[in-house]
Every structure is written in structure tokens, then in C-alpha cells.
Design a protein around this ligand. Structure first.
Ligand SMILES: NC(=O)c1ccc[n+]([C@@H]2O[C@H](COP(=O)([O-])OP(=O)(O)OC[C@H]3O[C@@H](n4cnc5c(N)ncnc54)[C@H](OP(=O)(O)O)[C@@H]3O)[C@@H](O)[C@H]2O)c1
Length: 315
């Protein structure tokens, strides 16, 4: 099968499309025929191989010392091609989407995952590319909003509201009944409004700290590499307000969370935002774009065209 291998840690050019062995599902595993994946911020961090000193050794042990052992890619959408012995949750032909944050291997035509992994039925109402864009930002936003104790009626500020995590956080905070202020740059003000934010602050023109508004929860969703300021301890909170950052601790993902996101997508209450879509062959270009830190929502990768969509739209 075709897969993108990472020859060493470094810039996007370390990624190369190669022929590799097609995996076979083991007991309790499903083999997914991948239609779409995505370039997440985490894929780029792993590709660069530059992490905090304390994380260097654990990461190299987990991912590989000289280079990642497996193709990169953690999010996917596709259909179940075959199942291993003992699988009961899925059957061949089922359409699925999911994430394998520590297993990687989604920059490929096929990938095997445990049937008890972070997999859910793909919402019928969205494309494979959109389905692959659900889990990363959605599960991270869900983890941190819940960790911050989000409640109905609260005043919530999402800083970095136009990224993968931010676009999900704005919509989920609205789902939880909060009043949402999103912070982003000028170009993304319209997008963040369209996701349901009650107020949008353009950080190039205004500073949320200068307004009289006080927040029950401030969620900083800006990746560390792009931060020009630290929001922690700078104010803007109510006396009982809480600050959470997307860089805090180790986020926990659950199938329950993924199922909630799927249900919200199906109900039209959560929209995975796609900025650009690249074919798998242009993975280097896609990584270059994500490295800019300027993507809006998610960058999708088409691994193989959806046969149904191709019939509808032969272009
Ligand atoms: N804690 C963990 O273990 C863990 C695990 C997985 C992921 N993560 C983290 O999750 C994050 C995921 O980020 P993402 O994929 O959502 O990022 P992204 O899509 O690249 O979004 C970046 C956001 O930051 C904003 N931004 C960029 N420069 C800015 C600046 N100078 N001032 C204010 N805002 C700025 C962008 O808005 P504009 O373009 O509008 O400026 C955009 O909203 C990464 O940092 C990753 O490390 C953490």
C-alpha cells in the first residue's frame, strides 16, 4: 500500500510517499481502508522531533529514536476493510472515523486499530475529509472545557478561536450553554462569528483585558510555538473563574466523547472546519502550511477519492 514515511525528524521534506506492507488485523482489531486523514499540530510536533527536554526520552521511546518507526498521521476516516478474530463492534463496510494519538499510521491507505480504540461511526452528513477533522480539535476542546468545569450560563473566552481546537471549543462551549467570546486575528473574525460566538475580539486591534467583561472560564487554545504572551494570571476572570491551556497536562480522550461529537455533527450542531484539502501525494506542502501556524480549523488529506462523491461530482 501507499504510505507516507518519515525518514528522520526535521522539516516537512523528511516526509516521503513509499510502498509499504499492507497491515493485517490481529485479534480484536479492525483494518480501516482510509479515505481521508489530516495534518494536525501534533503530527507536525512529532515530525519536528523538538519537544521539551523532559519529554524527549519518553517521546523517542514511544515514537522511535532516529526516526518515527511508523507512518505519521493520527486522525482518519474510512471504511472497515476487514476484521480480526473476535471483533464484534464493527463489520466490513462500516464507515468510521477516529483517532489513534499514540499509534500513528494514518498517512496510509490502510491502518489497523483495536475495535475498542477511539473509533466511531462516521456521520453520514459529512465527507470523509470532514469526518477526519472531527476527533482532534473536538476531543481536545471537550477535555479542556470539561476540565475547566464548563457550565450552562457561564461566560467563556476562547483564545485562539480559529484553530482546530479553537473552532471546536467555540461550538462546544455554545453546546454547553455558555456565552462565548472568541479571540482571533482579523481574517478569522467572520469564521468565529459563524461558529456561534456571541462576541469576537480581533487581537490585532483590541485586548480582552481592556474590556470590563469577566469570564468564568478562559481557554487558551493557542499552540505554545505561536504564543506571544501568557494569559495565565493576567486577569479577566471572575473571582471563581478558571484558566485552562491546551498545553496543560495529558488530555484524556474517550469513545464517549467521540460519540458525543458524532451526534452533534449529525444534529447539525457541530461543524468540523476545513481550511485546505491536499492529496496524500502533497503531504509535504500540507505540513509546510500547518507549520505557518495560520491554518483555520483543520487541514485535510484525501487518501483516496470517495467513490460516491466522485459519482456525484466527476470533477
Ligand atoms: N497538552 C497536550 O498533551 C496536547 C496534546 C495534543 C495537542 N496539544 C496542543 O494542542 C494544540 C492544537 O493547536 P491547534 O491545532 O488548534 O492549532 P492551530 O489550528 O494552528 O490554531 C492556532 C490558533 O492560534 C492562533 N494564533 C496564532 N498565532 C497567534 C498569536 N500570535 N496570538 C494569538 N493567537 C494566535 C490562531 O489564530 P489566528 O490565525 O486568527 O491568529 C489560531 O486560532 C497544539 O498546541 C498542541 O501542542 C496538546
Amino acid at each position: 500500500m501507499k504510505a507516507v514515511v518519515c525518514l528522520k525528524y526535521g522539516p516537512p521534506e523528511v516526509l516521503q510517499l513509499r510502498e509499504v506492507d499492507t497491515p493485517t488485523p490481529r485479534r480484536n482489531e479492525v483494518c480501516i481502508r482510509i479515505f481521508a486523514t489530516g495534518v494536525t499540530s501534533s503530527d507536525c510536533i512529532v515530525r519536528r522531533g523538538k519537544v521539551k527536554r523532559a519529554l524527549w526520552l519518553p517521546m523517542r521511546v514511544m515514537v522511535g529514536f532516529r526516526a518515527p518507526r511508523r507512518p505519521l498521521g493520527i486522525v482518519l476516516a474510512g471504511d472497515v476493510a476487514s476484521v480480526g478474530e473476535g471483533v464484534t463492534a464493527f463489520k466490513p463496510g462500516d464507515q468510521v472515523c477516529g483517532i489513534d494519538p499514540f499509534g500513528f499510521g494514518a498517512y496510509a491507505e490502510f491502518k489497523c486499530m483495536s475495535e475498542r480504540g477511539l473509533l466511531a461511526t462516521k456521520p453520514r452528513s459529512v465527507s470523509y475529509e470532514e469526518a477526519a477533522a472531527i476527533p482532534y480539535g473536538g476531543l481536545l476542546a471537550l477535555h479542556y472545557l470539561r476540565g475547566g468545569g464548563i457550565q450552562q450560563g457561564q461566560n467563556v473566552l476562547v483564545y485562539g478561536a480559529s484553530g482546530a481546537v479553537g473552532t471546536a471549543a467555540v461550538q462546544l462551549a455554545r453546546h454547553f450553554g455558555a456565552s462565548v467570546t472568541g479571540v482571533c486575528s482579523t481574517a478569522n473574525v467572520g469564521l468565529v462569528h459563524s461558529l456561534g460566538a456571541d462576541t469576537v475580539i480581533d487581537y490585532t486591534k483590541d485586548d480582552y483585558l481592556k474590556s470590563a467583561a469577566r469570564y468564568d472560564l478562559i481557554f487558551d487554545a493557542v499552540p505554545m510555538a505561536h504564543r506571544t504572551r501568557s494569559l495565565r494570571g493576567t486577569g479577566g476572570l471572575t473571582p471563581t473563574g478558571r484558566y485552562v491551556s491546551v498545553t496543560d497536562g495529558s488530555p484524556k480522550f474517550s469513545v464517549e466523547g467521540l460519540t458525543l461529537l458524532r451526534e452533534l455533527v449529525e444534529a447539525g450542531r457541530f461543524r468540523p472546519v476545513i481550511d485546505r484539502t491536499y492529496p496524500l501525494e502533497e503531504i509535504v506542502e500540507a505540513h509546510r502550511y500547518v507549520d505557518t501556524g495560520r491554518k483555520k480549523g483543520n487541514v485535510a488529506i484525501t487518501v483516496r477519492p470517495d467513490p460516491v462523491q466522485s459519482l456525484v461530482d466527476p470533477t
